[in-house]
Design a protein around this ligand. Structure first.
Ligand SMILES: [Zn+2]
Length: 54
């Protein structure tokens, strides 16, 4: 499964989430440290480039 890397905008922590691409489109990712949902996906060579405007 692809590994998605996210950065929390609040606590600036980088964390990884392993999930399928199908899950990635429906799953609300939140920071495991502060549990906020204000996270930004980091671009990694493994992840497909998806422009999400929502
Ligand atoms: Zn956080």
């Amino acid at each position: 499964m692809p590994v998605y890397e996210f950065e929390c905008k609040k606590c600036k922590q980088i964390f990884e989430v392993v999930m399928t691409m199908a899950e990635a489109t429906i799953t609300k990712v939140f920071c495991p440290i502060c549990t906020c949902e204000d996270v930004q996906q980091q671009f990694s060579p493994f992840a497909a480039v998806t422009a999400r405007k929502s």
